[in-house]
Design a protein around this ligand. Structure first.
Ligand code: ADP
Length: 512
């Protein structure tokens, strides 16, 4: 049978989704391949169909135990022989399953990366493995947002297998750097990448509003819809759970400090639509295949665009219109700063994390199309989506070239050695000790914006950063430098426009 026929006969689908056929053909020609497809893009079929077309078995490395069982159950329900090996099984069960695999009684064998240690090396080496599929392959890269040391064992096991299997690595989120790293480590030369765009998602940034009120109002209108609310800390998840339950919304919660049974129960309540809304930390969701999630709200900003897009992408896997909303508050960026500070990383990877966070926080400040911003981050060209909160922002654009020049010129006069806090202090004419110590109160730009608040000025700086006129370096308290486009503004060769709320308009016209 051909791949197209198996698609119909075993899975009941008529057409391939973008990229699936190319990835399948590469595998069938025994090329190692990296498949980068958006969440819900249908990555699983890229190895499940070849698995059915080969004599031996396909080993699937997958990080989540709960997910593994669901996937195997789904395959069995389609009449496909598959099983899994992970720490939830006892010794006898594991033996039995290895036996089935040796006797070619299963086509797919799922295994968690933690199990790929020496204990199983020899037993895996006895199996007729034709293909290894590595799910969530970005976990192998330290440049990724979810590095897992256990993934490094994959390369050892591949070397130990006498059958010289083909390799397919799959991920939804890989920057070019991560993609290169995956290919290097797994000796992959081909790549199938489908566009990252999710046309059925409307992205929205809600800035500096009372998040609790927003959530309550939102759920009042959407309470029957299935959705996920993400927060960064266990404490915040529990607080939101209490708040929303008290308002009589039907919500469940999920985080790493619940016991296994509670997690399983809550996850199932959500998956089987017994409770429509899940409030969770990022511990929830990897590989969750729930197609009818209508909204994903981030109550707090995550640490990178990769994480954000992966989590937000859990909305609308069925292709129907869905919303991805970020409630942006500056103090939440500090929480992510704290996580990076606490992580025991070396200096280079720490700087990389700060840079990722910077890009994420710029997402909250940009006035460009949000979908386009994300796609550009992944090096993909795109048109404006026409449906995100920035595309739909009908406020008038104001020419703020003069203010922009004031900021840029102040940065220049301070020799591009400071971050936004200090720059804002100088521009607002603060009597701060450090300002005087550096004698910045003698600069011609000192106090140029004294009629504006410091918060207002830092927001203006954030906007200029998000628009690419100023570039932060990768540090914890980024130093701001003027970019080439920023220089054009300073030289009067380019104008800057910004959409501003009415109350700010007033302040601006008073200033002029
Ligand atoms: P991913 O792992 O890329 O996030 P999955 O492999 O879990 O996505 O697939 C997401 C959903 O899309 C699943 O419910 C799957 O059955 C369905 N699907 C996959 N391929 C197709 C196809 N060609 N046509 C229709 N539905 C598909």
């Amino acid at each position: 049978m051909r791949p197209q026929e198996i698609l119909k006969s075993s899975f009941g689908y008529d057409d391939f989704r973008p990229g699936q056929e190319r990835a399948i053909n590469a595998v069938l020609q025994r090329q190692n391949v990296l498949a980068i497809m958006p969440t819900g893009g249908g990555k699983s079929l890229c190895y499940q169909i070849p698995a059915l077309m080969q004599d031996g078995i396909t080993l699937v490395v997958s990080p989540l135990i709960s997910l593994m069982k669901d996937q195997v159950d789904a395959l069995n329900a389609n009449g496909i022989d598959a099983t899994f090996i992970n720490s939830s099984l006892d010794y006898t069960e594991i033996n039995e399953r290895f036996g089935q695999a040796r006797r070619r009684e299963v086509k797919l064998l799922y295994i968690s990366p933690e199990r790929l240690d020496s204990e199983y090396f020899d037993r895996l080496a006895e199996l007729p493995i034709d293909l290894i599929a590595i799910d969530e392959a970005h976990c192998i890269s330290q440049w990724g947002h979810d590095f897992r040391p256990s993934y490094l064992k994959i390369t050892d096991i591949i070397q130990h297998l006498p059958t010289n299997p083909t390799i397919i690595a799959l991920t939804a989120t890989a920057t070019p750097r991560v993609a290169e790293d995956i290919k290097d480590r797994l000796k992959i030369s081909s790549e199938v990448q489908t566009g990252f765009a999710r046309p059925n998602l409307s992205f929205k940034v809600v800035k500096d509003q009372d998040s609790d009120r927003f959530l309550v109002d939102y759920l009042k209108v959407n309470s029957e819809q299935s959705g996920i609310i993400y927060a960064s800390t266990v404490k915040e998840v529990e607080r939101l759970y209490r708040l929303l339950s008290k308002k009589h919304f039907r919500v469940a919660m999920y985080h790493g400090q619940l016991n296994k049974e509670e997690r399983r129960q809550n996850q199932d309540d959500f998956l089987y639509d017994r409770v429509p809304v899940m409030i969770a930390t990022n511990a929830f969701g990897m590989g969750i295949d729930k197609s009818n999630v209508r909204f994903v709200i981030h109550d707090q900003i995550p640490g990178s665009i990769e994480s954000y897009y992966q989590e937000a992408g859990r909305a609308g896997r069925d292709g129907l219109p869905s919303e991805a909303i970020l409630l942006y508050k500056l103090r939440d960026v500090q929480i992510q700063h704290y996580y990076i500070e606490q992580s025991e990383r070396d200096e280079a990877s720490m700087a990389a994390e700060y840079q990722k966070l910077q890009a994420m926080s710029q997402y909250g400040n940009t006035q460009k199309c949000l979908q386009r911003y994300i796609l550009n981050y992944f090096n993909e060209d795109a048109e404006d989506c026409g449906q995100c909160s920035n595309c739909l922002d009908t406020r008038e654009s104001q020419d703020i070239t003069i203010e922009a020049q004031q900021v840029l010129s102040c940065i220049k006069r301070m020799n591009e050695r400071f971050g936004k806090e200090m720059i804002a202090l100088v521009l607002t004419g603060s009597k701060n000790q450090r300002v005087r110590q550096f004698r910045y109160d003698e600069l011609s730009t000192y106090g140029l914006m004294q009629r504006r608040t410091k918060k207002d000025v830092t927001e203006l700086i954030d906007f200029l950063v998000a628009s690419g006129y100023i570039a932060p370096d990768g540090g914890q308290f980024p130093i701001l430098k003027i970019t080439a486009t920023g220089l054009q503004v300073l030289l009067g060769k380019q104008r800057v426009f910004r959409k501003v709320a009415v109350k700010v308009d007033k302040a601006l016209s008073e200033n002029n």
